[in-house]
Design a protein around this ligand. Structure first.
Ligand SMILES: Cc1ncc(COP(=O)(O)O)c(C=O)c1O
Length: 308
């Protein structure tokens, strides 16, 4: 690390600058209405190889471009531009540790929420000791939120945009107010959707079960990775609609996402999940995922991009 976190360099409107020198117009649609689309891209440091690997870069950029297309934000960057900006800014900071890189396309200028342009970008690496595997081992006590997850007919959860996180916030704040760590949302059909910043898996009789992509969830890259890893390992998986009561009777449950990795859920609405301890399959999938992301596995090598 070349700079302390308060003075880290970020990529901002085509230049690499001190984070304190990056200014955003308060009247821009991004500031006023959350008109931005973004990715949180995990990068893992491999100490043996002295290498930093970005995880599933191409898939993150595919989703970013999809989000900007759906919101009709006029993105001027190609995938190659997006990747070069990330690599340049991480190298500029000389990071040799695990990171989450926030890559955001935002609508700047003085127009309102209907504007398509000007679109600008920032790329900000965030060192992530707090969301390391150690932190995630603790496990969470969750409630089912009284708020419903946003839906495809209203504010599509498939779009990863800043504004969608106000739905996440309502659920998360409710959970914390009521003494829980986090929440699980039901969708507008009353079926299980996802967490506020993560997808959900349960395990029942050895089968991994996760809601379908049409059940009001983000098309999570971690969810997709776990389904592929599980298939490769021969663990049974099923993508299907999940009832609320199934949450109370499953053997294991976990939330997953680029930031949360695989975080066990120990109870839901105070119903203990399984034995109340971290489940075997949860633990094994987390280790497999980390080995792949750190470049320590021969499998899925095409998912990782070396930064140095
Ligand atoms: C609502 C929601 N669902 C799921 C996820 C997990 O997505 P990913 O695995 O691509 O990080 C996130 C994380 O950004 C999220 O905000």
């Amino acid at each position: 690390m070349k700079y302390d976190v308060e003075n880290r360099r970020i990529w901002f409107k085509g230049e690499i600058v001190n984070v304190n020198d990056a200014r955003i117009n308060v009247l821009a649609p991004t500031s006023q209405f959350g008109l931005n689309v973004f990715e949180g891209i995990p990068c893992y440091w491999n100490e043996d190889e002295k290498q930093l690997y970005a995880f599933r870069l191409d898939d993150h950029y595919e989703r970013l471009l999809k989000s900007s297309r759906l919101l009709q934000i006029d993105c001027k960057y190609t995938k190659e531009d997006l990747e070069k900006a990330l690599i340049d800014v991480v190298r500029a900071n000389e990071y040799k540790e695990n990171l989450s890189v926030r890559q955001t396309l935002f609508v700047d200028g003085f127009a309102s929420w209907g504007a398509e342009r000007p679109v600008e970008m920032f790329v900000a690496p965030i060192p992530r000791e707090r969301t390391s595997a150690e932190y995630n081992k603790k496990g969470l006590h969750c409630c089912v939120a009284s708020w419903r997850r946003i839906s495809d007919e209203m504010l599509p959860p498939r779009i990863k945009c800043g504004a969608n996180y106000m739905n996440s916030r309502l659920g998360q704040r409710e959970a914390l107010r009521n003494g829980y760590d986090s929440c699980i949302f039901l969708n507008d059909m009353g079926k299980v959707a996802e967490g506020p910043g993560s997808c959900l898996f349960t395990v029942k009789a050895g089968t991994l079960i996760t809601p379908c992509l049409t059940d009001s969830v983000l098309e999570s890259i971690t969810r997709d990775s776990l389904l592929k890893i599980a298939k490769e390992k021969g663990f049974p998986t099923v993508e299907r609609t999940i009832d609320r009561t199934e949450l109370y009777t499953c053997d294991e449950a976990f939330l997953c996402g680029s930031a949360m990795e695989i975080t066990p859920v120990l109870s839901i609405d105070r119903y203990q999940v399984g034995s109340g301890e971290i489940g075997m399959l949860t633990k094994e999938l987390h280790m497999l995922y980390l080995d792949i992301a750190r470049g320590k596995s021969e499998n899925f090598k095409n998912w990782i991009t070396p930064i140095y």
